[in-house]
Design a protein around this ligand. Structure first.
Ligand code: MN
Length: 324
């Protein structure tokens, strides 16, 4: 059911044992928002845990507040009277964390995806927020005093979902919140260093291999490339090492839509879609069972071979650029 932010705040205040859950393949906004809301609830005197269903990529661990995050295994068997799902457009995106819910649905959903399905007993979703971390900040500043750790988790979410303050979703509210969080002790430098400057030599080798598969279509407006399971094995990389690669494709001059196909595990191809200024790539993701934002979306295809995933997505991306 759709709910106001006031209603969500009242429900959170009524919690005694709360569980905050983020989405699979976690990004900085999911990680920062889950950890921050967990700390806010603890400071309100509640028993609170934060869960990320997939492993948290190692470089986020450099941000101290992420130590509160737990895996599904670590929380199995625990009882909660309040479950909160953040930064997640549909229930399937919490993966195996669904087994931690007491009922079929979470009690509260806090999100900003245009593709949100409206799940949850109370659902607050507002796509005008650039990051869920901004919504958590809206909640947090009404309830608790911040310390540096909390401010830094929120700045992590805000920075990553705005491409470090360079996407089209950056408005005055984003800079105002960033200034507030900086005043409360957060520093953008360690966040930028952890998130943007963590490539290993093996990841660079994988990037070279990925770039060697680059194709341009639609007069140079569409760029796509792939990472095969074999390329991952050869370079000693895992799928999480491809994080940021699709941004390299979008960085090409004249490209509006960038698509990266990653095959992992075999039999599954994850499709990351990005656009630069106007194309709504969430429409392509949605048509293939995924979701996301107008400028950043994704879906997963179950196909026997990587090559089978490419033509239908490329055709859909071409139609999108042709305005179809
Ligand atoms: Mn987000």
């Amino acid at each position: 059911m759709k709910a106001s932010l006031d209603r969500v705040v009242e429900r959170l205040k009524a919690a005694r044992r709360a569980l905050v859950i983020g989405h699979v393949r976690p990004d900085g906004d999911a990680i920062g928002s889950v950890a921050a809301l967990t700390l806010i609830l603890r400071w309100l005197g509640k028993e609170a845990e934060g869960c990320i269903p997939d492993p948290v990529p190692w470089f986020y661990r450099e941000i101290p507040g992420t130590r509160v995050l737990r895996s599904v295994e670590e929380l199995r068997g625990r009882e909660f009277d309040t479950t909160v799902v953040v930064d997640t457009s549909s229930l399937s995106r919490i993966g195996t964390a669904a087994e931690l819910l007491s009922g079929q649905e979470p009690d509260v959903v806090i999100d900003h995806h245009v593709t949100n399905t409206g799940f949850g007993a109370l659902n607050f979703c507002d796509p005008s927020y650039a990051a869920v971390a901004l919504i958590v900040h809206e909640i947090g500043k009404r309830l608790v005093e911040y310390d540096r750790e909390l401010a830094e988790l929120l700045l992590l979410g805000l920075a990553t979902d705005t491409g470090f303050f360079k996407y089209g979703n950056v408005d005055a509210q984003v800079f105002e919140a960033a200034a507030e969080l900086t005043r409360q002790g957060a520093s953008i430098q360690p966040i930028a260093s952890a998130v943007l400057e963590h490539r290993t030599p093996n990841t660079m080798r994988l990037l070279v291999e990925m770039l060697s598969t680059l194709q341009l279509e639609a007069g140079g407006q569409l760029a796509y490339a792939y990472v095969s399971a074999d390329m991952l094995r050869r370079t000693g990389c895992s799928e999480e090492d491809t994080e940021g690669f699709v941004g390299e494709l979008r960085a090409i001059h004249g490209v509006e839509v960038a698509v990266l196909f990653s095959e992992w595990p075999e039999g599954e191809v994850h499709v990351s879609l990005r656009s630069k200024s106007y194309a709504d790539v969430s429409r392509v993701a949605l048509a293939f069972g995924g979701g996301g934002h107008p400028r950043a979306a994704g879906c997963t295809l179950k196909v026997a071979r990587l090559a089978a995933a490419i033509p239908p997505i490329v055709a859909a991306a071409r139609r999108l650029l042709e305005g179809g």
